[in-house]
Design a protein around this ligand. Structure first.
Ligand SMILES: [Zn+2]
Length: 272
């Protein structure tokens, strides 16, 4: 996978005694689009870039970096007393993304007509509001599965230039598979949205896994679950389709940490 060629550097600064140096375990990629799972059994509070993040009873927590993340980040772990603090500075390695230029497309495929603006805005609000619903659970998501089997037809981060117009970067992983192929949830969670007929995404499911981790399944044909359902990892939530803005049957799969898209392939790679 493409990110393996990047070397990452971790600079660890301790304000407390170095006897604590081995007590935090990190599993993940300190790279743009990367996601990291940490564990410190003594942690009482964890701050990632000043944002307080949830810790499980076993001391697990999670953080991630968007596609264009700046170079550095900080992590602060507070233990029993206020003076017992661990500080980490991470250097986040740059990722290099693919540029895809497609020309000669009919213009209505590239830019939607004004008659669709209202619908597009309503869809955007629906997705945003759904993702704002927080699911709090103690069970930490440690393992992840690929939602469907098929050919990888689009990767995270690619910059698409259609008819010379720079579009939003591709934020997920495309898996091309025949229509009707089952789609499974990547990890346990709660369904935040299960809706049909959105302009861009078509039939869509959003699942919250706790710890600010969310997954999104787009262009589906059938949907088997409904908003509010608790789902188990591997449970079939629907099937592959080509609804919304799609040129053929495939699943577009997004993974978000703290509302920012991260690379689903990195998530699969850190799965235990
Ligand atoms: Zn896609």
């Amino acid at each position: 996978m493409f990110y393996k060629k990047f070397i990452f550097f971790v600079i660890i600064l301790f304000s407390a005694s170095t006897t604590f140096s081995n007590e935090t375990i990190f599993n993940g990629k300190f790279v743009q689009g990367g996601i990291v799972i940490g564990q410190n059994k003594l942690a009482k509070k964890v701050f990632f870039n000043k944002k307080i993040i949830q810790i499980s009873k076993d001391g697990y927590f999670m953080f991630g970096f968007g596609r264009d993340y700046k170079s550095s980040s900080t992590l602060k772990i507070i233990k029993d007393s206020k003076d017992d603090i661990l500080k980490y500075n991470f250097n986040i390695e740059k990722s290099i993304y693919k540029i895809e230029k497609i020309s000669g497309l009919p213009n209505k495929m590239v830019t939607p007509g004004p008659e669709f603006y209202k619908k597009i805005n309503e869809d955007r609000t629906l997705i945003k509001n759904s993702m704002n619903e927080k699911y709090v659970v103690d069970k930490f998501p440690l393992t992840f599965i690929k939602p469907t089997e098929g050919r990888i037809s689009g990767i995270y981060g690619s910059q698409r230039i259609l008819n010379g117009v720079k579009k939003n970067p591709h934020g997920g992983l495309d898996i091309a598979a025949p229509e009707g192929t089952p789609i499974k949830t990547m990890s346990d969670g709660k369904v935040l949205l299960a809706a049909k007929g959105l302009y861009y995404t078509g039939n869509i499911v959003i699942i919250d896994h706790g710890y600010d981790l969310q997954s999104m399944y787009i262009h589906m044909k059938d949907i088997n679950i409904k908003k509010g359902d608790l789902v188990k990892q591997g449970q079939i939530i629907g099937t592959v389709g080509s609804t919304g803005r799609s040129t053929g049957p495939h699943l577009h799969w997004n993974v978000y940490w703290n509302k920012v898209r991260v690379n689903p392939e990195i998530l699969l790679a850190i799965s235990k």
